[in-house]
Design a protein around this ligand. Structure first.
Ligand SMILES: O=c1ccn([C@@H]2O[C@H](COP(=O)(O)OP(=O)(O)O[C@H]3OC[C@@H](O)[C@H](O)[C@H]3O)[C@@H](O)[C@H]2O)c(=O)[nH]1
Length: 282
C-alpha cells in the first residue's frame, strides 16, 4: 500500500474558545458597550417612572369622587390583607409594566340585584371584569341590573345562596342579605348563605368580601366604634336576628380564614357606602 495516500478522515481542528481579552475587545469596538449602557439606562428609567405616572393618573380620576364617610373601618381586627397588594387600581404595590394590563377577574356578587350590589356591579363591569350576579330577588329587582343583560361579561343567576352553588371565580362579594326587618326575620341567609359562599371560596381559592354593618355593635356605648370595640348587644331583641346574623357571618368568615386560609375581608358597609371604595378592597 502506498504510504503517500492521505488518511480517509482527518479530525477537525478545534476552534480556540474566545479568550476574555478578545471578547472585551469585541465589546469595546465601535462603541458597542456605550450602546448597551444607554439601552439599559433608557429601560430602567422607563420602568422606574411608569408606575409613578400611572399612580398620578389614577389619583386624578379618584379625586372627583367624594368620600362620603371617614374611613374608620373594621380592618385592623378583621382584615388579614393589610400589606397585601390589591388587585384594585390605586392600591397596586407591584410595578406593572405597560402592555401587561390588569388581569380580567371573574367575580360573583351575591345580592347583586339589590341597592348596594347593583351599583357595585356597575363599577366592576366598568372596570372590565366578568361579573356573575346571584340573587333570589327577595328584595332586589332585575331592573337594577337589566342594563347589563346584553353584555357578554355579565350573567344573572336566580338562586338562593342558602343552597350551595358551584362556580369558578376569583373573587366573591357577598352582599345577599335580607335588609329590612320584615324580611330578615324569616331568612337564614346570613348564616347558611355565608357558610355556602365561604365553602365555595375555600374550594376554588377565591378571595371573599363580606359586607357587614355597624349594627353588629348593637347599641354602642362608644362613638365612633373602634376596631377594638366589641359592642353592646341585645341578642333577643326585635332586630337581633339581623345583627346576630351579621355577627355570625363575621365569625364564620374569620374561622374560614384561620382554619382554611380563605382570604377574607369584612367591611362595615354603612361606613363604606361608596362602592368605589369597596371595589378596591379585594
Ligand atoms: O336570601 C336572600 C336575601 C336577599 N337577597 C338579595 O340580596 C340583595 C340585598 O339588597 P337590598 O337592596 O335589599 O339591600 P342593600 O343593597 O341596601 O344592602 C345589602 O348590601 C349591603 C349589606 O350590608 C346589606 O346587609 C345587604 O343587604 C337583594 O337583591 C336581595 O334580593 C338574596 O339574594 N337572598
Amino acid at each position: 500500500m502506498p504510504t503517500t495516500l492521505s488518511p480517509p478522515y482527518s479530525p477537525k481542528t478545534l476552534k480556540h474558545p474566545r479568550s476574555l481579552p478578545r471578547s472585551l475587545n469585541y465589546l469595546l469596538k465601535e462603541q458597542r458597550l456605550l450602546f448597551i449602557l444607554v439601552g439599559i439606562l433608557i429601560g430602567s428609567t422607563f420602568f422606574i417612572l411608569q408606575p409613578s405616572l400611572s399612580r398620578l393618573n389614577s389619583s386624578d380620576t379618584h379625586s372627583s369622587i367624594p368620600r362620603l364617610f371617614p374611613v374608620t373601618n373594621r380592618e385592623s381586627l378583621s382584615n388579614p390583607f393589610r400589606g397585601v397588594s390589591s388587585y384594585g387600581h390605586g392600591k397596586v404595590s407591584g410595578r406593572v409594566p405597560v402592555g401587561i394590563g390588569r388581569r380580567r377577574l371573574r367575580i360573583v356578587v351575591t345580592g347583586g340585584a339589590g341597592f348596594v350590589g347593583s351599583h357595585l356591579v356597575d363599577k366592576l363591569i366598568a372596570r372590565g371584569d366578568d361579573v356573575i350576579v346571584i340573587d333570589n330577588f327577595f328584595t332586589g329587582r332585575k331592573e337594577n341590573v337589566a342594563h347589563h343583560f346584553r353584555n357578554p361579561r355579565f350573567e344573572l343567576i336566580r338562586h338562593d345562596v342558602v343552597e350551595p352553588i358551584l362556580l369558578e371565580v376569583d373573587q366573591i362579594y357577598h352582599l345577599a342579605c335580607p335588609a329590612s326587618p320584615v324580611h330578615y326575620k324569616f331568612n337564614p341567609t346570613n348564616v347558611m348563605g355565608t357558610l355556602n359562599m365561604l365553602g365555595l371560596a375555600k374550594r376554588i381559592g377565591a378571595r371573599f368580601l363580606l359586607t357587614s354593618t355597624s349594627e353588629v355593635y348593637g347599641d354602642p356605648l362608644e362613638h365612633p366604634q373602634k376596631e377594638t370595640y366589641w359592642g353592646n348587644v341585645n341578642p333577643i331583641g326585635e332586630r337581633s336576628c339581623y345583627d346576630e346574623g351579621k355577627r355570625t357571618a363575621e365569625t364564620l368568615a374569620m374561622d374560614y380564614h384561620r382554619g382554611a386560609d380563605v382570604e377574607v375581608t369584612d367591611r362595615d358597609i354603612d361606613l363604606y357606602m361608596n362602592c368605589h371604595e369597596m371595589l378596591n378592597l379585594l
